[in-house]
Design a protein around this ligand. Structure first.
Ligand code: KG4
Ligand code: ZN
Length: 336
C-alpha cells in the first residue's frame, strides 16, 4: 500500500509518500518560520493562509519526487488534530477532497501519534512495548505504548510544554522564535557550574511535569545580573542557557527513569521537536545504558513536524481497516 501524508497542524506544511514495501519514497517540507519570526510566535491566520498556498504544490512535488502519478496513491492520511483549527482545516479539506476525487480512503491521524511512531521510520526501529517521551512545542507527555493504537497517558505537563519553555527562555535571551535549537547551541558555550535551576516536581511522586517556573528562574537570574553588572555579557547568556537546558534535561530524565521503573519496560522512545536536542539525547542514552535498556529517537528532520510521520501512522491505521467518511472534521484539542 502507498499512502500520501499531509501535515498542517502548525507552522510547517509537510507532504510525504510512504510505500509499505519501499519505505519513505518522497518527503517535502516547507517551514513558515520566517513568516512568523517578526511576531515572536505563530500567527494562526497567517499560518492557515500559507498552508493554502503550499499544500497543493507540495503534493505535486512529492508525486514527482517519487516518480508517481495520482493513480498510484492508495490512501491519504492527514493530521486531524491537535493543532491550530484553521491550519488543520486546510490539510483535512485538501486530503478529503483528493480522496473523494481519487476514490481512495482517507484517515485522520493524531499529530502526537505521528510523533510517537516517527522512530519507526529509522533503520533499527524499537519493538513494542516501550515508554514514549513526547516533547514538542505544544506537548510534554509520557506514554506507555503497548502496540500501535494502545496508548496509556502516564503523565504530562500541567503548564508549559518543554518546547514552549525553551522558546520562552530563548526569547528572554534575545533569540529569534522558535529559539529552542538556538538556545541549545548557545548552551554549549556555557559554564555548567555557574547557575543551578530547580528540577520542578521531581521531589514528589507522579509523572506530571511543570516547566513554567523554570522560565521564571531564568528571568530572575537575568534581571539580577543586569542590575549587578549593568548589562548582560554573551558569556552570562550562555551560562543561563546552559543551566536552563540542564534543568529541563535532568527533569525529563528523572521522570523517564520513574516511568521505566514503574512499568518494568526497557525501551524508551523520545520524539517531538525537543527530541532533536543533543544534550537530551546524550543524557537519555547514558541513562538507558546504565539501566541495561535502549533509547530510540528519530533523525533530526523527523523530530520536528513533518509529513512522513503522518503518512506512516496513516498507513498503519488504514491497514487496520480504519477510514473515515469524507465529511470534514478536525479536533484542535484531542487526547491521545
Ligand atoms: O514537534 P514540533 O516541531 O512542533 C510541535 O508539534 O509543537 O516541536 C517544535 C518545538 C519548538 O518549541 C522548538 O523550539 C523545539 O521543538 N526544538 C528544540 C530543538 N529543536 C526544536 N528544543 C530544544 N533543542 C532543540 N535542538
Ligand atoms: Zn509536532
Amino acid at each position: 500500500m502507498r499512502v500520501l501524508g499531509i501535515e498542517t497542524s502548525c507552522d510547517e506544511t509537510g507532504v510525504a509518500i510512504y510505500d509499505e514495501q519501499k519505505g519513505l519514497i518522497a518527503n517535502q517540507l516547507y517551514t513558515q518560520i520566517a513568516l512568523h519570526a517578526d511576531y515572536g510566535g505563530v500567527v494562526p491566520e497567517l499560518a492557515s493562509r500559507d498552508h493554502i498556498r503550499k499544500t497543493a504544490p507540495l503534493i505535486q512535488a512529492a508525486l514527482q519526487e517519487a516518480g508517481l502519478n495520482a493513480e498510484d496513491i492508495e490512501g491519504i492520511a492527514y493530521t486531524a488534530g491537535p493543532g491550530l483549527v484553521g491550519a488543520l482545516l486546510v490539510g483535512s479539506t485538501v486530503a478529503r477532497a483528493l480522496a473523494y476525487a481519487w476514490n481512495i480512503p482517507a484517515v485522520g491521524v493524531h499529530h502526537m501519534e505521528g510523533h510517537l511512531l516517527a522512530p519507526m521510520l529509522e533503520q533499527n526501529p524499537p519493538d513494542f512495548p516501550f515508554i514514549a517521551l513526547l516533547v514538542s512545542g505544544g506537548h510534554t507527555q509520557l506514554i506507555r505504548v503497548e502496540a500501535v493504537g494502545r496508548y496509556e497517558l502516564l503523565g504530562e505537563s500541567i503548564d508549559d510544554a518543554a518546547g514552549e519553555a525553551f522558546d520562552k527562555t530563548a526569547k528572554l535571551l534575545g533569540l529569534d522564535y522558535p529559539g529552542g535549537a538556538a538556545l541549545s547551541r548557545l548552551a554549549e558555550q556555557g559554564d555548567p557550574t555557574r547557575f543551578h535551576f530547580p528540577r520542578p516536581m521531581t521531589d514528589r511522586p507522579g509523572l506530571d511535569f511543570s516547566f513554567s517556573g523554570l522560565k521564571t528562574s531564568a528571568a530572575n537570574t537575568l534581571r539580577q545580573l543586569i542590575e549587578q553588572e549593568n548589562g548582560l555579557s554573551e558569556q552570562a547568556k550562555a551560562d543561563i542557557a546552559c543551566a536552563f537546558q540542564q534543568a529541563v534535561v535532568d527533569t525529563l530524565a528523572i521522570k523517564c527513569r520513574r516511568a521505566l521503573r514503574q512499568t518494568g519496560y526497557k525501551r524508551l522512545v523520545i520524539a517531538g521537536g525537543v527530541s532533536a536536542n543533543r544534550q537530551l539525547r546524550h543524557s537519555l542514552s547514558e541513562m538507558m545504558q546504565q539501566l541495561g535498556g535502549k533509547v530510540f529517537y528519530p533523525q533530526p528532520q523527523f523530530c520536528t513536524d513533518n509529513g512522513a510521520m503522518i503518512a506512516y501512522a496513516g498507513l498503519l491505521r488504514l491497514k487496520q481497516g480504519q477510514k473515515q467518511d469524507l465529511s470534514i472534521e478536525v479536533k484542535p484539542r484531542w487526547a491521545i
